[in-house]
Design a binder for this molecule. Structure first.
Ligand SMILES: NC(=O)c1ccc[n+]([C@@H]2O[C@H](COP(=O)([O-])OP(=O)(O)OC[C@H]3O[C@@H](n4cnc5c(N)ncnc54)[C@H](O)[C@@H]3O)[C@@H](O)[C@H]2O)c1
Length: 337
């Protein structure tokens, strides 16, 4: 399977991971590249696509809702799409506030593309799951056949979508693979409402506020830099042996939130005490993923060392905040996206 000359659609392409995937897809010289995103996190996320637009001026962005099956069918037909990378989803923290909406939206997006693939409106689906589908580790490292006990409605929506896609593979023979990333970090991760711990900590420090730890800080996460995930996703598309399967993308290691926050604080020369808040509902205690299957099937070899990725991420947020606010307290060299 090759991307050179293919017609590609990326849902959620204006988001954090989606925009990095778009950048990496451009290197593979697709014939056309189309994005469907409803920008529910804000219109300003269009900035995530600026580098891609410079390199691929015909990039087309449909500001649309990916749950709408008739609308998606029209776009697939009009653009003669070969492959859909499905990243559109509502994030975990939103599922603690609006659980039904998050569940229904995430599952509806997956079922829309299952159905359109079953009806031959495109050729291949590469769908994004999440380690949240597992819940907390019962064995480490966590393989793909680890028990599935999601602790949040978001995790439940991810596993419901995965089961639906795998059932379409078995019953209707659709051509689909599932990428199951653990914790992903890097530039462009949402720093506003619903921010994850890395962007939240960096932006708080940049604004002169102490980082926050929810609970005792001994919960662990398994971090992968976003460009390593983009690379792995392209290999998953290219390797037919991944079809009908779920592949973890993980670092095969774990780090406590306390360690993570102290690394960020050290790199940013922040020496004041951290704030402790009560634990968040549904917070997973332990993530430590196995990447053995990805190594075997796609020869997965992450390239970016954690500290190097973290430095690059800090620089990116420093650049973003210093260019948009006057309250940026730390100076630093500006970097390109
Ligand atoms: N960030 C992580 O650490 C992580 C880890 C595991 C899995 N994932 C999965 O990877 C995918 C991308 O995550 P991300 O971190 O880039 O999230 P993100 O929130 O930055 O991007 C998701 C994008 O989907 C869009 N979207 C949401 N609902 C939509 C709809 N109905 N129609 C069209 N577009 C819609 C949003 O506007 C957003 O741009 C998601 O499926 C997520 O579940 C992320």
């Amino acid at each position: 399977m090759k991307i050179d000359g293919s017609r590609i659609l990326v849902t959620g392409g204006a988001g954090f991971i989606g925009s990095h995937l778009v950048d990496r897809l451009i290197d593979e010289r697709p014939e056309i590249l189309v994005i469907v995103d409803n920008f529910y996190l804000g219109e300003d996320k269009i900035r995530n696509l600026s580098p891609a637009k410079l390199r691929f001026p015909s990039l087309k962005v449909y500001h649309k809702d990916a749950t709408k099956i008739r609308l998606m069918k029209r776009i697939l037909k009009k653009e003669s799409i070969d492959v859909v990378f499905n990243l559109a989803a509502i994030c975990l923290p939103a599922s603690l506030i609006k659980p039904k909406w998050v569940h229904d939206t995430n599952v509806a997006i997956a079922s829309t593309f299952c159905e359109l693939l079953r009806e031959d409106h495109f050729g291949t689906l590469i769908h994004f799951s999440s380690s949240e589908a597992y819940g907390s580790a019962e064995q480490i490292p966590m393989p793909e056949d680890h028990p599935l006990k999601p602790s949040t409605p978001y995790g439940a929506s991810k596993i419901a979508s995965d089961h639906l896609i795998l059932s379409y593979c078995t019953t209707f023979g659709i051509d689909a693979s599932i990428v199951r990333p653990f914790n992903i970090y890097g530039p462009r991760q949402n720093e506003g409402t619903y921010a994850a711990v890395i962007p939240q900590t960096i932006t708080r420090i940049l604004q002169g506020e102490p980082p926050v730890i929810y609970g005792d800080g001994l919960q662990t996460r398994d971090y992968t830099y976003v460009t390593d995930l983009a690379e792995a996703t392209i290999k998953i598309y290219k390797v037919k042996a991944t079809r009908g399967r779920v592949l973890n993308i993980a670092s095969n290691s774990e780090m406590t939130i306390k360690e993570l926050i102290s690394k960020i604080a050290k790199l940013m020369n922040f020496r004041k005490p951290v704030l402790y808040e009560k634990p968040r509902p549904g917070d997973v205690r332990r993530f430590f993923g196995s990447n053995s299957l990805a190594k075997k099937l796609i020869n997965y070899k992450p390239k970016v060392d954690f500290e190097e990725g973290l430095k690059h991420t800090i620089d990116w947020y420093r650049n973003l905040l210093c260019s948009t606010t006057s309250s940026c307290r730390l100076s630093g060299k500006k970097i390109s996206q």
